[in-house]
Design a protein around this ligand. Sequence first.
Ligand code: NOJ
Length: 572
Amino acid sequence: MARILHEQTPTQQWWNHAVIYQIYPRSFASRHGQIGDLPGIIDHLGYLADLGIDAVWLSPFYLSPQKDAGYDVADYYRVDPMFGTNDDAIALINAVHEHGLRIIVDMVPNHTSDQHVWFQAALADPNSPQRQYYWFRDGKPDNHQPPNDWGSIFGSRAWTRVCDRADAPGSPWENDTQWYLHLFDSSQPDLNWDSPEVRAEFCNILRYWLDLGVDGFRVDVAHGLCKDPELPDWQFHWDMVSGGSKVPGDVPPPPQWNRPEVHEIYREWRAVLDEYGPDRALVAEAWVDNLDDMAKFVRADEMSQAFNFDFLCSPFTVNAYRTSIRESLRAMDNVGAPTTWVLSNHDVVRVVSRMGLVETGKGPNGIRPTDPQPDAQLGMQRGLAAHLLQAGLPGSCYIYQGEELALPEHTGLSDDIRQDPAYFRTRGVEAGRDGCRIPMPWNSQLPGFGFSPSGETWLPQPEEWRDLAVDVQLSRSDSTLALFRRLFAARAELRMAQAQLCEVEEDSPWLHYISRHDTRDDVHILTVFDTPTPLPTGAEIIISSRALDEPTAPGESYTVPCNCTVWFTLSS
Ligand code: NOJ
């Protein structure tokens, strides 16, 4: 008996069903230099429209010293000259719309750059109002110890003493012995969201970009904005990628993560977005390890989507996927929100490499040449199987630039060119995220694979990417790019995102779902893990993530090999 996991939904707001493509601007395409820029994105919008996506999300392009690749914003109202101008941003927003797509931009409210005027004013004068916009505190009794034991997500402690900053000698703050809080890099001081001025200013920032026509915001570190004002010790560690604590057992709720007060902020933001109509989206980047907690971010009066990091971090096993899919649909349906499937982004090892490791799941923070290398073929098979599965499920799904080309992680980078602050703050213990942020290969025949006019790229591309470049894949009907185009076309045509989902067997070694919509025949989605499985007789294949094994005798059906997803119908 098939069990219903999710009911058919009418077509609702666009984000309930959309395929959203993440653009990492510095690595997408450049019209000018070795770093990607906004005009470079405009040049490839036709490519994205042809891929069959509905919207793009851009990682930050605001003025920034780039200590954390733009997640350290110095001016939220200004495009960094490295990426172009505000006029380029307006041109991009308009061009995206002309292509029939929507555009979500990143908003980084947990912290500013230390170069932001607020923080500079706070440093210059301890009595300035801006001092209250951040978390400045005296240290432990002798002031040589930080105010509490919190660690930075990027490694080491979450506090820096003002007088210990590199810019302190000779500055007005050279004798300032207070500490300031930064849950990420010391160049990213945390904002104090108890401050009414901070709250009001972010509403202004949202309105500025909404006035320019953006369709929504992806909210960085959405679970981190509020802190217990007592700033108590905690003694555990929160991972950026999986959330939760590395320490098993009874962990008290963290004083700095996933506090209930954050939800008031998003209710206020929702009201701001609603001033522009009902179709503006808020997307939570909230690495909380409990799906019911994640669902709280997408209650009706809050945000629109929350990335399903539970699915991203699930090992590629039948049990892990079955549980994650069931539980995700249950938790999001409880609050009437779409499940937002995601397999990769600019913070994790690329999916086709992660899935080629002995242990699949959230994966390490970067892979070095000296680390065990992923099995490329296995990773590709599993990665594509996971993509066909997620695209068949109800809800929305994200795709990170280059996933449509099955780009692997660059595991050959040398340490001397790494840029991720996590590499430096862990003193090299973690390689960091540079390997998933390599500039896109557009043209196999040009230097830098056509990324920039001069062929320069801010990080080197692996030579193996030549065969994966867009021009090569566009010329082949059996390429991954061609598969993704067919996949997104079929997903839209068959209304997979709006359909009812039934789970066919509840303890089989494969996953078998029926996607049911009253406008068409049932579509079966079958993901095979370790046990090759014959298709039922009469199965008509819609799409499969790899070639199926041919029947060996007349009357027999195709067999689905290991690590493969297939969509099919059954003739009645
Ligand atoms: C999450 C972003 O995705 C990541 O790239 C960044 O380093 C941290 N937030 C800090 O802003």
